[in-house]
Design a binder for this molecule. Structure first.
Ligand code: SF4
Length: 356
């Protein structure tokens, strides 16, 4: 089990968080402490149904057992240390991690939907050239507790309708933790969410992606950005290890027409991947998978010569895909003024007027 340093009343404590544990793991905890097995079910209820943030709230567990638990464990809930609000209603939250780093989550209200975009790693080692998170380098994986805390400790937690693993990091580079969090989110003893409320985005790290496809029924988003091998590997080094054509072959074995959905993410850059030839090649790449394409404006990052496509090119690209039977939409940007839009997360407090 991973230890977590938690700041409680400004005092750092190194205790193991219970948040993020599965029922089986909680059963192991209570067994090791000599407590009855049903205490694990009570703990799961307090953690995930009643959303307790302190052992003192758990009043159907004896005082003695609560004391024992508190000597070795912490609940694991902690509030974000900073927030920034966009003019469009998007809110970016900054969460401290156990080793003094920080990660970001983005709350995106949209009509009757409220989506939280969460991080799975501190930075990222995938090295995509257009991504602010990739520029930060890799500083470690988040624990299941640190991932699920983002969902359960924002002020809007009770109103969330959806969660997307599209924040900092490549979720399939931290697959064990991400799969555990999905288990907690969807299990009856956990938050009991439908998997349809969850989307995991990946650049196509194939062995772990296969696990995600086999072990869950959450929605999948795959970042493609170019249908051509040489061009894509310059943008996304992962292409060298896992070619997008092989990723599509893998995905073609799964059903995305009924219970789960496959989205293809495609950032559009002026003069790079936004012409008719790319649209046709993308349509060809996707011919054996049921998917819908999201076209994404590029949000400029410092030191990058890449520029976003103009509206006319994006519309023409969308229409060309639509005319070939592929559902394609242009995604509305959210939170750009607070550096919360796609590819802009850096795990740092930034001023709205700051430009780097
Ligand atoms: S785009 Fe995703 S996988 Fe690539 S560097 Fe950024 S966070 Fe990592």
């Amino acid at each position: 089990m991973q230890k977590m340093e938690k700041i409680e009343n400004n005092v750092a404590t190194t205790l193991t968080p219970l948040l993020g544990m599965t029922l089986a793991q909680l059963q192991e905890v209570v067994k090791n402490l000599g407590m009855p097995r049903f205490t694990a079910t009570q703990l799961a209820e307090w953690l995930y149904t009643h959303r307790a943030s302190d052992f003192e709230e758990m009043n159907n567990i004896s005082k003695n057992n609560r004391r024992k638990l508190a000597s070795l464990y912490t609940v694991g809930r902690y509030a974000p240390m900073h927030e920034q609000r966009s003019i469009d209603g998007t809110v970016k939250y900054l969460f401290a991690t156990s080793d003094g780093k920080a990660v970001e989550s983005v709350y995106i209200p949209d009509g009757d939907r409220a989506t939280l975009c969460i991080s799975s790693q501190k930075g990222c080692r995938m090295g995509c050239t257009f991504c602010m998170t990739g520029r930060q380098g890799f500083h470690g994986n988040l624990t299941p507790a640190e991932i699920i805390n983002q969902i359960m400790s924002i002020p809007e937690t009770e109103t969330l309708t959806n969660v997307v693993f599209m924040g900092m990091g490549e979720p399939m580079d931290n697959a064990d933790a991400v799969l555990q969090v999905i288990d907690v989110l969807t299990a009856k003893w956990g938050l009991a969410w439908s998997p349809k409320r969850i989307t995991v985005s990946s650049i196509g790290k194939m062995p772990e992606l296969r696990r995600l496809l086999d072990e869950t029924s959450v929605h999948i988003a795959i970042s493609v950005h170019s249908p051509y091998h040489t061009e894509r590997e310059q943008l996304m080094p992962v292409e060298r290890a896992f070619a997008v054509t092989d990723v599509m072959k893998l995905l073609s074995n799964y059903d995305f027409a009924h219970q789960r959905r496959l989205s293809v993410e495609y950032i559009m850059w002026e003069g790079l991947n936004d012409d008719a030839m790319h649209a046709d090649a993308l349509a060809k790449l996707l011919r054996h998978v049921d998917s819908r394409v999201n076209l994404i404006r590029f949000h400029a990052i410092p030191g990058s010569s890449l520029r976003t496509s103009n509206e006319a090119n994006m519309v023409a690209f969308r229409d060309r895909l639509n005319s070939q039977g592929i559902i394609c939409t242009i995604r509305r940007s959210r939170g750009e003024d607070i550096f919360a839009a796609c590819g802009m997360l850096a795990g740092k407090v930034k001023d709205k007027n700051q430009n780097q």
